[in-house]
Design a protein around this ligand. Structure first.
Ligand code: HEC
Ligand code: HEC
Length: 332
């Protein structure tokens, strides 16, 4: 190709990129992009740890127990079941696209995924273990010893390495290519007329004030019950637990709406069983809007276009325990 031809080609492809990004530049929601710059060996180790119930006291509960990757990264329960069948205090948010959150947990008390990942292992109401015991279990499993050495280049295993690996795996749990994202990228047939009307309603009613960006949430803390108070069924008070400021009472991290069709039930107390109910509550409590049945159905139809490609991989095969591995204690 001549230099001139190349220049024209470059100009044309630049123009195409400019056009396709301007298609959604005006939209308050951007497509999810596939995970980039993943350390594959680290993520592969993290995947094993994510699925490994031996990081719990019972030997029965893994991250995947409550953030089931076959079910949108949640447990689909109002509140989770922890060690010894303990009733959890709050609804489990999805791990899908959680790498896009400004902070982790409903009240944002963990700054990032790595900081978050140590929490559940040592939480008496969740996996009920200690970091020391979790590490000693891993040290007793020859397959892990070899893999940690390969990934980190030294002989020691510690909780820092464990949470590093889990966080790297979680970075891969993004869900691009939903019908709505294909629509944003120019495939006008990717969503139906009803779904498009639902999107217009979602946008024009003001839902996008809080549910915006690629994840449609996760970027700010907002009051639950702007117009009228929300009668929560859980004692959680949100961001005030972290900041101590009275103004932050009942401010929760805005949940992502990506894959929301799969992540029922809704709200931090899991009290909204259906999308239709959640949309009704949001309209009334956040925006002083009462949607009629048709409008509610249109918004729900739109929300169902947000389901992207789910994580897909071979189930990790976990290295077997050895004779010295501490025994699980499921009934203590
Ligand atoms: C017993 C159930 C349970 C187990 C086991 C569990 N989690 Fe969670 N997870 C929860 C609940 C409940 C929350 C919300 C807690 C809160 O916000 O106070 C949560 C929150 C999170 C969040 C924050 C998401 C967000 O949007 O704020 C991430 C990430 C996460 N868990 C990852 C993990 C990982 C990694 C493991 C394994 C090391 C794990 N969880 C084990 C129930 C569980
Ligand atoms: C003022 C900010 C704000 C506005 C406006 C808003 N939301 Fe929300 N949304 C939130 C917060 C905060 C939560 C979490 C509340 C809780 O769990 O207590 C939430 C939760 C949700 C949930 C449940 C998600 C889950 O996984 O639990 C849905 C669905 C939802 N919003 C849809 C909408 C729709 C539709 C609109 C417009 C009618 C809307 N939201 C307007 C802040 C907002």
């Amino acid at each position: 190709m001549t230099l001139h031809g190349k220049l024209i080609q470059t100009l044309v492809s630049t123009a195409i990129i400019a056009v396709s990004s301007s298609l959604y530049a005006a939209e308050p929601i951007q497509p999810i992009v596939p995970a980039k710059e993943i350390n594959l060996a680290l993520a592969e180790l993290g995947k094993k740890l994510y699925f490994d119930p031996r990081l719990s006291k019972s030997g029965f509960i893994s991250c995947n127990s409550c953030h089931n990757l076959s079910m949108g990264g949640t447990d689909n329960l109002k509140t989770s079941i922890g060690h010894n069948w303990q009733q959890g205090p709050i609804n489990a948010p999805t791990v899908l696209n959680s790498s896009m959150n400004v902070a982790q947990f409903w009240d944002g008390r963990a700054p990032d995924l790595k900081a978050q990942a140590g929490g559940p292992i040592a939480n008496p109401g969740e996996m009920a273990f200690t970091h020391e015991l979790a590490v000693s279990v891993l040290e007793s499993i020859p397959g892990y010893v070899t893999e940690f050495k390969l990934v980190f280049g030294d002989d020691s295993i510690d909780i820092d390495k464990v949470t590093d690996a889990i966080a790297e795996f979680e970075k891969t749990l993004v869900t691009p290519n939903s019908p709505f994202d294909r629509w944003l990228l120019g495939a006008k047939g990717a969503i139906t007329a009803e779904q498009l009307t639902g999107y217009e309603l979602f946008k024009n009613s003001g839902c996008v004030a809080c549910h915006n960006g690629p994840a449609m949430g996760g970027t700010s803390f907002q009051k639950m019950g702007v117009v009228e108070p929300y009668q929560a069924k859980s004692p959680a008070e949100g961001l005030i637990a972290v900041t101590g400021k009275d103004a932050d009472r009942f401010k929760f991290k805005v949940p992502t709406l990506r894959n929301v069709e799969m992540t029922y039930p809704y709200f931090h107390d899991g009290e909204a069983e259906t999308l239709s109910e959640a949309v009704d509550v949001m309209g009334r409590l956040q925006l002083n809007k009462k949607f009629n049945t048709q409008e509610n159905g249109q918004i729900v139809a739109f929300l169902k276009t947000l389901t992207g490609d789910q994580p897909s991989f071979l189930l990790p095969v976990l290295p077997p325990s050895s004779d010295t591995t501490p025994q699980p204690r499921p009934f203590e």
